[in-house]
Design a binder for this molecule. Structure first.
Ligand SMILES: Cc1cc2nc3c(=O)[nH]c(=O)nc-3n(C[C@H](O)[C@H](O)[C@H](O)COP(=O)(O)O)c2cc1C
Length: 191
């Protein structure tokens, strides 16, 4: 599959088969992640790959986070994401090694550095999503994991910044079309 096909074929998958992902394919996906560019080549990404019993533990933590949440709207969306993570065989929790917890006060220099590092981590996530697509594996980029932020970091053995989860598995989702606005709405040309 060429780059253009992978970009266009990748769509968020929200229904997964239970079928396991071969370990070597997971390694290929992670290897694609670490090929991403990063500011000053700091390679700030860290991955915790969650499967099997780990998935059960992670889902329990997330469910507790959802229960404790007061915002009904977020609760609903987050529960939906947690159910998807429960169905999928693998989730990769993605951390920024140099990032702070979101509620920590930061200097301007720290905020700039964090902007750089979070972009790098985002590039790694997208690389992994595209590599998964090329292997016939679906993915969902999930930030609803923030519902149990500290608890998930502690459980993953990470004292740095949780950026997202990338949930992976074979798709059982037939909704492939996702609306995009016209390109003219995003682009300004300054010739
Ligand atoms: C940073 C980020 C966070 C996201 N968080 C969630 C999430 O928590 N739950 C979810 O179902 N989808 C999540 N998504 C998926 C988006 O909803 C999805 O990318 C968007 O609707 C466009 O659809 P597509 O990915 O199929 O093109 C997230 C995507 C990104 C890039």
């Amino acid at each position: 599959m060429n780059t253009d096909e992978a970009i266009r074929k990748r769509r968020s998958v929200r229904k997964f088969q239970t079928k396991a992902i071969p370990h070597e394919d997971l390694l290929k996906i992670l290897a694609a992640g670490i090929e991403a560019p990063s500011g000053k080549n700091r390679q700030p990404w860290r991955f915790v790959v969650v499967r099997g019993n780990g998935k059960k533990e992670m889902v329990e933590i997330l469910k507790k986070g959802v229960e404790a949440e007061e915002d009904e709207e977020w609760k609903k969306w987050a529960m939906n994401s947690v159910n998807i993570m429960n169905d999928a065989p693998v989730s990769v929790l993605v951390f920024n090694k140099y990032g702070d917890r979101p509620w920590k006060e930061q200097s301007i220099e720290q905020r700039f550095q964090e902007l750089v590092d979070v972009q790098s981590v985002g590039a790694a996530i997208e690389n992994m999503a595209l590599a998964a697509t090329a292997l016939g594996i679906g993915s969902l980029w999930i930030c609803d994991v923030f519902i149990a932020y500290d608890e998930l970091c502690a459980w993953g053995g990470q004292d740095n910044q949780l950026v997202a989860a990338l949930t992976l598995g074979y798709s059982a989702d037939d909704s492939t079309f996702r609306y995009r606005k016209n390109i003219d709405e995003f682009v300004k040309w300054r010739d």
